[in-house]
Each structure stands twice: as C-alpha cells, then as structure tokens.
Write a protein that binds this ligand. Structure first.
Ligand code: EPZ
Length: 420
C-alpha cells in the first residue's frame, strides 16, 4: 500500500491549477443514463471515485473512454440495471445511478451504499421521494429493489433535510417523469446547479435553478439530447490548497477556480488574518503577520462546507488563540482529531464540537488516513510540522485529489509517494 512522506516546515510558493470537481463529475456521469447519444465531458478529475463510477457504468453496458481528463460515454447500449455491491461499497456515490436507472428503465437494483467513516449516511430521503413519484421500493439482501411499472409521475416533494445526492437523484428522475415535480428544501450546491443546467441544455425544463425550490417538467420518458459538458472547478480541492498556503504562511496562487463558490471559505481565511486576492478564475493567498483563531459551524451551501472542516481544524492548530468548530452535518466527522493530537495538536472534543487551542508546535509522526477530507487535513498538518510525517492508507486521498503530491511539489513542498 502507498504512503506519503512529507518533510514539513517549508514555505510554499508558486501557482497550481485546480482540477474539475469530483462531486460535480459524479452526477454528470450518471445523468448520461438519461441521454440518447454519446456525451463528451471535459475537465473530469482523474481520481479513483470517477474511475470507479465509470467502471460501474461500463458494467451496466455503457461504452466509455477516459483520458487526459476527458470522458466520452454512450449509454444507449446499457442492458443491465443492477449496480452491484462490490462496486457500490467502494464508492457510495454510486447511489446516483438509482434515479436515472429507475426513470429510464422502470426498474433497477442498486446496492445500499452502507455507511462510511464519517457517518451512517442513510438514503431514506432518496427513497421516500421516489415513492412519492410512484416508485415501489423494497430493501432485499442489501439492495434497493426499485420498480416504477407505470413510470414515474411528477409529485410535490419537500425534503425533510437538505441532501446533495438525494436532490441530484430526484432531479434526474423527475427530468424523465410524467408531469411536473416540485422540489422544496432542495440542495443549492454548485454541483447541483451544474447538473440542472446540463439537463436543461439537453432539453429538460427545470425552473428555479440555484434556489431551494425547483420545478421540473418531466419529458414523459423521452431521453435527453445531452451534449458537451465541462465540469466546474473543484471548490473543495481549491479550499484545501488555500489552507496549504495558509498553514505554511506562504504566498500561493490557484488557477481554474470559481471564487464565487468559495465565499464562506474565503471569508473565514480573511477573518483569520490572511489576504486573499481574486481574479476571474484565480485566487491568491498572502501570508498573514498573525494568524487569528476562528469559530466555524458547518452548514449547507452557501454556508461553510463540511468538506472543509477537517482542513480548517488543522489550520486552527496554528492560530493564536482558541477556535471552536461545530460539525452539524455528519455525526462522526472528527476522525482526523486523534491523528492531529499525535502530531502535537491540542484539541478537545465534546459531542459535535471541537475546541482547538493554538498555536501548537506540530511535529512529524506516522499517521493514518481514515476518510477523504481527514486525509487532506493530515497532509496540511504535515506541511506545517517540524520533521518527517508518514501518512498511511492514502487510498482515501486518491479518491478525491488528483495528483496531490505533484501539485504540492510544484509549490515547493517536500513530499514523496512511497510503498509500504
Ligand atoms: C454529498 O454527500 C457529498 N458527496 C459529500 O462530500 C458532502 O460532504 C455532503 O454532500 C454534504 O455536503 C457527493 O456529492 C458525492 P447529504 P451526500 O445527503 O449527498 C443526511 C466528500 O468529501 N441524510 O447531503 O451523501 C445525512 O446523514 C464527500 O467529497 C439523511 O438523513 O450528503 C447527512 O447528515 C463526503 N437521509 C445530511 O443529510 C438521506 O436520505 C447531508 O447528507 C440523505 C442524507
């Protein structure tokens, strides 16, 4: 198994390019099940989750190719509707095949994704909404068996909680349903917005895009004419690299960034004393004379993203004072704390709140990655730490960060990928 070896306490400098957003690419790949022709998708990040989902779509009968961050996929020959356990367990976002498969074929069998390190990750809201659209849902031997014998019908759906992939699944299902579906309390993340825009460009009729209320006029089963797509920049990858600049108190620039998707992150960095300069599609962070503590509460977009919580916790270990981080979305998203403590951080946990006392001198250690964003927090801590850090189980990182060691090396970090 691979591990990363990082020699810390080095200033960073220079410019890197941010990749396409993993969490936008995944629903864009499954929405091709709603298209009648071959679709070309550009700026697709070369990460494990994307490769896993492409494998799943190919197992269903799709024809796909993926090179140089470009995907060409044609689902017209899809002849299976079973997303099986051995793939879904590797990548829980495979649940994004549920809505499109059911809408297109009238039935499908999708393995329950199961929980993961950060929480139980239920899909009850996905299933409840599909039932409101007329689907018959049964859970059997770890699979969701979904049937819509008389196809799906428009419904007025109010999500009890804001769910990103739940919203995406139902938007895709509603695009092919009979009649009008209204969605209330729907997710507004940029990745959901791009999915809606792509579907509209393909002939869907979705109103209210970017708000928490959508009205979707279904095509009555008629497939869409999806065409060329360019995945939006990854706001979480960008935020992670801004934190890399911040935690080493360096001046770095990111290109291919949508700064309007990073308002909450930029606001927090500014409050911590960093200077942020924004261009049309680039952002620069300048070192701060004094890193200030910060209070963070994770909420749905456009609030502070839960996917940036771990990275900011690492950063707060260097702030001059006490920071309080409140994780409101997931019940177990503090797996990085114990590893940060091993590097010398001073963090106290109580229920869903972490109190970070800073500044603390971090020292290199052997640490274990547990989930995607926790792993990136350990990389950030290692960049600031004195001495050498080895981060094990970095397959977690490879799920969502394209060429992380290459990008950090370009900024002057001393980082190597080695094998155990
Ligand atoms: C998406 O996960 C992202 N993944 C996650 O990013 C992200 O952390 C999360 O949204 C929140 O922003 C992808 O887009 C592929 P949710 P998702 O459904 O859709 C509860 C990363 O690091 N809930 O919005 O699975 C749920 O338990 C990943 O890139 C239900 O109760 O998250 C959670 O408390 C990690 N029932 C809250 O809603 C449901 O049916 C938000 O979950 C669905 C969700």
């Amino acid at each position: 198994m691979d591990y990363l070896e990082i020699e810390g306490s080095k200033k960073l400098n220079g410019t890197i390019t941010v990749s396409g957003a993993k969490n936008a690419a995944l629903p864009l790949l499954t929405c091709t099940l709603l298209g009648k022709t071959s679709v070309h998708i550009d700026n697709v990040p070369n990460v494990a989750d994307v490769k896993t989902l492409l494998q799943l779509l190919e197992n269903l009968g799709a024809k796909q190719s993926f090179e140089n961050n470009q995907v060409t996929i044609n689902t017209s020959d899809v002849n299976s509707t079973c997303a099986n356990y051995d793939i879904v367990r590797k990548m829980r976002a495979s649940i994004l095949t549920l809505g499109p498969l059911l809408a297109r074929f009238g039935h499908c069998e999708v393995s329950l994704p199961g929980g993961c390190a950060i929480g139980q990750r239920p899909i009850d809201l996905h299933l409840k909404a599909l039932e409101q659209m007329g689907a018959l849902i049964e859970i059997r031997q770890g699979y969701v068996i979904a049937k819509a014998p008389k196809s799906l019908n428009g419904a007025n759906i109010v999500f009890d909680k804001i769910t990103v992939t739940g919203s995406e699944n139902i938007i895709m299902a509603a695009a092919l349903a009979n009649g009008i579906t209204t969605l209330s309390n729907v997710a507004k993340e940029p990745e959901v917005v791009q999915l809606c825009k792509v579907l509209n460009k393909g002939g869907a009729i979705i109103k209210g895009i970017g708000t928490d209320e959508l009205e979707i006029q279904g095509s009555g089963g008629k497939l869409l004419e999806l065409n060329d797509i360019t995945v939006i920049p990854d706001r979480i990858e960008a935020g992670t690299y801004l934190c890399a600049g911040a935690i080493t108190n360096s001046d770095i620039t990111l290109k291919n960034v949508a700064s309007e998707h990073l308002k909450a992150v930029i606001s927090k960095l500014t409050c911590m004393g960093y200077k942020i300069e924004k261009d049309k599609n680039s952002i620069s962070i300048k070192s701060s004379s004094k890193i200030l503590p910060i209070d963070i509460k994770t909420v749905e977009y456009p609030g502070f993203p839960t996917d940036m919580q771990a990275q900011f916790m690492a950063l707060c270990t260097q702030a001059n004072g006490t920071s309080v981080i409140d994780e409101r979305l997931f019940e177990n998203r503090f797996m990085h704390v114990s590893e940060l403590l091993r590097m010398g951080a001073d963090i106290r946990l109580s229920s869903h709140t972490a109190t970070v006392y800073g500044p603390t001198k971090l020292t290199g250690a052997d640490v274990m990655a547990t989930d995607l964003r926790a792993s990136s927090a350990l990389v950030l801590a290692a960049l600031a730490a004195k001495g050498k850090t080895k981060i094990h189980r970095i397959y977690h990182l490879d799920r969502g960060y394209e060429n992380l060691e290459g990008k950090l090396s370009m900024l002057g970090a001393s980082i190597k990928r080695l094998s155990e």
